[in-house]
Unconditional design. Structure first.
Length: 243
């Protein structure tokens, strides 16, 4: 048997997703979500990214670090199939894989070389904060885009066709934290919630539940009805409360 391959991270990502719940299940669905990729020594060289600024998009190969050591199964229950039907793990994008490797295309917004650091600013990433990245590659439109490609079980994006409304309390907090974070927070919240992060079994037997997601340093409380997605509260995480 050949010796096992050993990879070490070349970078980590700093993103607004602080927990798995709420992260869109595919990249590009929350296009306004900004993140920063920090190259790690000894890969934090400006020479390593020379020419990358000519790319509009890049591929990120990363480790599903939150799933490492949790095992895998040949069959999984994809949320798209309602959590009831089983599918082969290699026919799915489940993070619980024989090798927990993920692949996401993201938009490259800029490259910064500051004080010995090499930082890539990106948008549209679906990665948990502090996710280790094992490789970065340019996205090649002529080769990587296949217009005739299809997958019958996932022929189109599944997002909610509902308005997102904010309570008066949430709207006040939204205005405050948008200015503080200097992020398009309203658009980010809308994009994430319209991806419907609820567990599949909650969608099958909908009840009036209040859910919470962590975004940046915020806890966002929301619920879904037949008429709208209602953001009820936007609160800072306790550890980030202003003294």
């Amino acid at each position: 048997m050949n010796s096992p391959l050993i990879f070490e991270p070349i970078a980590i990502i700093h993103s607004g997703y602080k927990e798995k719940f709420g992260i869109p299940r595919q990249p590009g669905l929350a296009r306004s979500m900004a993140a920063t990729i920090e190259l790690l020594p000894p890969y934090n060289s400006a020479d390593a990214v020379r020419g990358l600024e000519q790319c509009s998009h890049i591929w990120l190969l990363f480790i599903f670090s939150a799933c490492v050591g949790k095992g895998w199964s040949p069959l999984v229950r994809p949320p798209r199939l309602g959590g009831n039907e089983k599918l082969g793990v290699l026919a799915s994008r489940s993070p619980f894989r024989p090798n927990p490797i993920g692949l996401s295309p993201v938009k490259l917004e800029g490259i910064r070389c500051e004080g010995g650091q090499v930082l890539l600013d990106v948008t549209g990433a679906d990665l948990l904060d502090q996710t280790p990245i094992v490789d970065i590659k340019p996205y090649l439109p002529y080769a990587d885009s296949i217009p005739e490609a299809h997958f019958e079980l996932a022929s189109q994006s599944e997002t909610l066709d509902l308005p997102v409304v904010f309570s008066s309390e949430a709207q006040t907090a939204l205005n405050q934290h948008t200015a503080r974070l200097k992020q398009p927070l309203k658009q980010q919240i809308e994009e994430v919630l319209l991806c419907d992060p609820r567990p599949a079994y909650h969608k099958q037997k909908p009840q009036q539940r209040v859910y919470g997601i962590r975004l940046h340093d915020l806890n966002i409380r929301w619920e879904i009805s037949d008429q709208a997605v209602l953001v009820k509260q936007i609160n800072m995480e306790p550890s980030h409360d202003v003294q």
